[in-house]
Design a protein around this ligand. Structure first.
Ligand SMILES: Cc1cc2nc3c(=O)[nH]c(=O)nc-3n(C[C@H](O)[C@H](O)[C@H](O)COP(=O)(O)O)c2cc1C
Length: 389
């Protein structure tokens, strides 16, 4: 999501850079807008460094149209901290500086405010009336909290903690995919050789499970088809777990579930081949030179869903390539009729199988490319959901 963080002149402005950092870490693009008074509490250099974009503060700079271009750019405007002054200005339609003008221009898009002020200011009837006005227009208010205030007294008026504000923004997104059902495949497949042996791979299912959680966070129901893993995935609301073992079982479950889904994200590491025959007993060691396994090809789940896909459905595949990574991934995207492909990196330390972090490049059918830094699999999942849904 593209988020504008507006900062006003309260002492809690010193927490705004931390909020920007958390939002960026969660995969959002962030730009900052501040009032002149905010810059008494936090510097322009800090805000420009954490957001990596110029600060919007002067209404008449850059030809005076920045409030319109920023309004077009942003998906959500978050004011933290929000002073009694900015709350009063918005509630009364006053636009006398860069941020308040942007706020009025932003009236058709989501706005969230995190008030912070002294407790007597907070309980003033004018502030309370203004807050009710903002709520009645659909502006979301996060906090304030009770606790020690900068003026030394205890009371209601502390700004909500940056993590709480960042979480509130993500929860606000829960409505984004309400009513949608998505298919996710995760984990490895096991291809039986005999009654005790199999061909498998190192996939842990963590990336797929993080994707299921991110879809649920965005409001969707998830059909999770998962190969053999040690992950405990059974107890989550809105995640319907279908446990499978082999590629053919995963194929059967995925092709049955896909027609009822709005889209599918196929992150499982599916075996391309299986033993041609599976012995129903443990194969004995013989003393000859060795053993030969005949392998036959498994059905291609991605290509099959690509063929079944309607124009209403979205299909996201994963690719793990070792050379010519992007060119091969792009070819796979086209050949299998995908909308997006997520290229997993094995070159980077901390990315890939088993670990809790990952680094990906997301390629879209229409030529867009999004590259992530090394992030937790949860953050990568959020980025994939934001980019592809
Ligand atoms: C040290 C100091 C701390 C302040 N803290 C707050 C605050 O937490 N909340 C608030 O509403 N106003 C606070 N104010 C008052 C605002 O700075 C003042 O109302 C200002 O006009 C707000 O301007 P702005 O909303 O354009 O940023 C503080 C003022 C000073 C001098």
């Amino acid at each position: 999501m593209k988020i504008i963080v507006g900062i006003t002149g309260g002492i809690a402005a010193y927490k705004a850079p931390e909020l920007v950092r958390l939002l960026k870490k969660a995969g959002h693009e962030v730009r900052c807008a501040a009032t002149e008074h905010a810059l008494q509490f936090v510097t322009r250099v800090t805000l420009e460094t954490v957001s990596q974009h110029p600060l919007y503060c002067d209404l008449f700079a850059s030809g005076g149209t920045e409030h319109i271009s920023l309004k077009d750019w942003g998906d959500l405007l978050m004011v933290a901290p929000a002073t009694a002054n900015i709350i009063g200005k918005v509630a009364n339609g006053i636009a006398d500086d860069a941020l308040s003008t942007l706020l009025l221009a932003f009236s058709h898009k989501p706005v969230v405010m995190a008030p912070a002020m002294n407790c007597e200011m907070w309980t003033h009837p004018a502030v309370q009336r203004n807050i009710e006005t903002l709520k009645s227009w659909g502006i979301r208010i996060v906090g304030p909290a009770e606790g020690e205030l900068a003026c030394g007294v205890n009371g209601m008026g502390r700004m909500a903690e940056p993590q709480q504000i960042a979480d509130a923004i993500c929860q606000g997104e829960r409505s984004k995919m309400k009513g949608e059902r998505w298919l996710v495949t995760a984990g490895p497949t096991y291809e039986r050789i005999d009654s005790v042996r199999f061909i498998g791979n190192y996939s842990s299912g963590k990336m797929g499970f993080a994707l299921a959680q991110a879809l649920v966070d965005a409001g969707a129901e998830v059909e999770l088809v998962i190969g053999p893993t040690a992950l405990n995935v059974s107890t989550y609301q809105h995640i319907h777990v279908h446990r499978v073992e082999s590629a053919r079982e995963m194929y059967a479950a995925a092709t049955e579930l896909f027609p009822q889904c709005n889209g599918a994200i196929l992150s499982a590491a599916v075996a391309d081949y299986r033993p041609a025959e599976c012995a129903d007993h443990k194969l004995k060691k013989n003393n000859s030179e060795g053993m030969h396994l005949d392998l036959v090809q498994n059905p291609d789940i991605l290509a099959t869903l690509g063929g079944m896909k309607t124009s209403e459905q979205t299909l996201v595949g994963f690719a793990l390539e070792t050379d010519n990574e992007e060119a091969n991934a792009q070819r796979k995207l086209e050949k299998k009729n995908l909308d997006y492909i997520v290229l997993n990196s094995l070159r980077d330390k901390g990315a890939g199988f088993g670990v809790d972090t990952n680094k990906v490049t997301i390629l879209s059918r229409d030529g867009h490319r999004t590259e992530s830094p090394l992030l937790s699999k949860r953050e990568i999942a959020q980025l994939i959901i934001q980019t592809t849904t």
